[in-house]
Design a protein around this ligand. Structure first.
Ligand SMILES: *Cc1c(COP(=O)(O)O)cnc(C)c1O
Length: 358
């Protein structure tokens, strides 16, 4: 479909397709890596505390208090912290403000499928770097002499949808090899097992880290994401923000996000529970004939020795269990399964047992 009323850019876009958000009840929803435990009760209380007539006032455009809280949490300064409306918005600003240099940018062939969408939106050329045969990122591939001059590098760590973790010393090699280029580490899943690259900020002015409150802090519905890096990189994002929307975070989001970073106990215990349940689910799936990639995220990426990925996806869907299947080269035999509550994980296994018995 196409309309003469559309701008020329709109005609060229192939938008990102998010995972299904079904409306029915009774579904076991393990398809979009949401946190099964919900946000800290202190987050809800903090938001309720600002639900009053101050809503007539604009929120703080600089999100000063939230940035200070995040800076304190990570031993940074507020000038090293940017916040936005979900890390997807932060990433959009990153692509427009730091990766668009008229040269191709690099990211893995199997990675977050929003990256090529931003490239298209902002007219950024890109080149994908294949993961190795074990679906790992190889740092060396990002500094091969065969590469053209590049405009930037971005990859998730842990990677999505594989869940595989890249060790910090490998990340440092990539950053070191490109001192005049921004290297973005998308740490949407870092709290479930990877080692954060935040300590590298003190030594490298070209590393930018993005994080999300959607997964480990169970606030996908609130839409808060952040970027951490050298003040000069943060300033670029602020300039984009203030040329687009001065108030990406509303008063409720500012209060809720701040409280989320202040309740470390709830955060640590829910993350630990998910990590423990990931180990249990990994074991149970391997007993059922699945190969499971080692995961540092709140999901596992699995392929069955005998059954097709699509058939399993459809068979689970028919039993009201929703997982993610990507109809893409190299990974079309895989399922990405979010770690749910123990009861949800048990329901998944029961549904799989039905499929695998026939
Ligand atoms: C979920 C996800 C995001 C987006 O997170 P939001 O903060 O909800 O926008 C970014 N990158 C990766 C790799 C993700 O999986």
């Amino acid at each position: 479909m196409n309309s003469p009323l559309w701008s020329s850019i709109v005609k060229t876009l192939t938008p990102y397709v998010p995972g299904e958000q079904p409306v029915g009840v009774g579904l076991v929803k393990l398809n979009t890596n949401e946190n099964p435990y919900g946000p800290s009760p202190k987050v809800i209380a903090a938001m309720a505390g600002v639900l009053d007539d101050t809503l007539r006032l604009y929120p703080d455009p600089t999100a000063r208090q939230l940035r200070q809280t995040i800076a304190t949490y990570y031993h940074l300064t507020p000038e090293q912290v940017f916040v936005g409306n979900g890390s997807d918005e932060v990433l959009a600003f990153v692509f427009q403000g730091l990766l668009a240099h008229g040269k191709p940018i690099l990211f893995p062939d199997i990675s977050y499928s929003f990256y090529p969408v931003y490239c298209q939106l902002y007219g950024i050329e890109y080149q994908t770097i294949p993961l190795d045969e074990h679906l790992n990122i190889q740092a060396i591939d990002y500094s091969s002499p065969q590469l053209p001059p590049i405009g930037g590098i971005i990859f998730p760590n842990p990677n999505a949808p594989t869940g595989r973790v890249l060790p910090l010393d490998e990340i440092e090699k990539i950053i070191k090899a490109h001192p005049n280029t921004v290297v973005v580490v998308d740490e949407a899943y870092i709290d479930f097992g990877g080692e954060t690259a935040i300590p590298l900020i003190a030594r490298y002015s070209n590393v930018l880290i993005t994080q999300s409150l959607s997964k480990s802090r169970a606030l996908a519905g609130l839409r808060v994401g952040l970027a951490l890096g050298h003040p000069m990189l943060i300033e670029a994002l602020v300039r984009i923000k203030d040329s687009f929307n001065s108030y990406p975070l509303d008063r409720l989001a500012l209060a809720g996000a701040k409280a989320a970073f202040e309740d470390n106990e709830y955060f640590s215990s829910t993350c630990a529970q998910i990590i423990q349940d990931r180990a249990l689910l990994t074991h149970a799936l391997s007993q059922r004939g699945f190969d499971i990639l080692p995961s540092g995220a709140n999901f596992v990426f699995v392929t069955h020795k005998h059954q097709s990925g699509l058939a399993l996806y459809q068979g689970l869907r028919a039993q009201n269990v929703i997982v993610r299947h990507f109809n893409k080269p190299r990974i079309n035999q895989y399922l990405r399964i979010t770690i749910g509550t123990p009861a949800e994980n048990a329901a998944l296994l029961a549904a799989l047992d039905v499929l695998l018995a026939t």
